[in-house]
Design a protein. Sequence first.
Length: 105
Amino acid sequence: MKFAVVETGGKQYLVTEDKKIRIEKLPAKEGGKISFDKVLLVADDKATELGDPVVKSAKVEAEVLRQGRSRKVIVFKYHAKTRYRKKKGHRQHFTDILIKKILRK
């Protein structure tokens, strides 16, 4: 089984081929292709290649399934005895992708 660790949006994701993941929003159209060059680790049954900090010869290709926004998160700040209350909502943008290929030269 081949897998890789990629970095995007300040986060690291463990990916395998034909896996769907939700990542931070990327500027790509639905149905478009994305290539990740920041591959930190590539491994299969035979060998493991660890980057320093990235694996130069590795690349992960993916397809954009959809762009969206997650459910609303309420941010509520409250200070007791001072009449201080703040209520704010936030919806995080995301991109759903399908990992197509993990390439290593």
